[in-house]
Design a protein around this ligand. Structure first.
Ligand code: SF4
Length: 263
């Protein structure tokens, strides 16, 4: 088989190939043999090099699933007790460490116990409580406005459909996917900075755009794992595959990595 991919080279996007995206998850369980490759190639007229690339991606996905399945799943490191607290904490955690958010939310949730109470809060009082996290002014406005919309449009109950949630100003797909996945086991992939970085380093995507990364990952992971990708990659990205100075010498997944040059 010619054109074998150099494991250190950046992957090409697979969107251009003719194999239907819904078949990607099935390749994971496909035991490759020359006949199967030839049959699939004839059936979908795909380039053999693209198939080798897809097989490599599928192998990586299988290794990742096997590796992370053995770890304890921590859906989020944010402290919360209900949907109001989780949604508010996730919005506050944008570009901020979870542990910093966890320091201010007990006081915030003690003073404002629901979307309704937060919707009626004075901005200066909320700001005073959350001022130690990043972008406190913007986030003060954001959590109050979100609460107002949820009270006015959804009778104070957080909507459980992704389109309803993302229609609320200040709630993006990452937040909506994460909250629905943690609370209701919704099959969404929340792409934050850790998921984006780790996915790139494993060669699972070429993109830096969150929506595109979500699409790429959803095409190669079986749906049953979609809402586990965020907790898996976040913990891995936070403690091992750090943005600056990743701990490559202790990394158990270095064989999958396209940037690590150590053996
Ligand atoms: S080898 Fe280093 S950069 Fe690559 S995945 Fe592991 S920790 Fe991340």
């Amino acid at each position: 088989m010619s054109g074998k991919r150099d494991s250190n080279s950046r992957p090409r996007p697979w969107q251009g190939c003719a194999l239907p995206a819904e078949l990607f998850p099935h390749i994971i369980s496909l035991s490759l043999c020359k006949k199967k490759v030839r049959d699939i190639n004839l059936l979908f007229e795909i380039n053999i090099n693209e198939f080798v690339f897809m097989e490599d991606i599928s192998r990586k996905v299988k290794v990742l699933i096997d590796f992370f399945k053995t770890k304890q799943l921590v859906p989020t490191e944010l402290d919360y007790k209900n949907e109001y607290q989780l949604l508010t904490a996730v919005v506050l955690s944008a570009q901020c460490l979870d542990k910093r958010v966890n320091k201010i939310t007990p006081k915030l949730f003690e003073k404002y116990k629901s979307f309704e109470e937060l919707s009626n809060a004075r901005k200066e009082n909320v700001y005073e409580i959350i001022k130690s996290i990043s972008y406190p002014e913007v986030k003060t406005e954001r959590i109050i406005n979100i609460s107002k919309i949820i009270v006015e449009k959804y009778q104070g109950k957080m909507p459980q459909k992704i389109n309803d949630l993302t229609s609320i100003g200040g709630i993006g797909r990452k937040t909506a996917n994460l909250v629905l996945a943690v609370l209701y086991d919704y099959p969404g992939i929340a792409v934050d900075t850790h998921v984006a970085r780790v996915s790139y380093r494993f060669g699972l995507t070429e993109s830096k755009n969150a929506d595109k990364i979500e699409k790429d990952l959803s095409q190669i992971f079986p749906q049953e794992y979609w809402n586990k990708i965020n907790p898996w990659f976040v913990i891995f990205g936070r403690y091992t595959c750090k943005a600056i100075k990743p701990i490559c010498n202790e990394c158990k997944l270095k064989d999958l990595c396209i940037i690590n040059k150590t053996s």
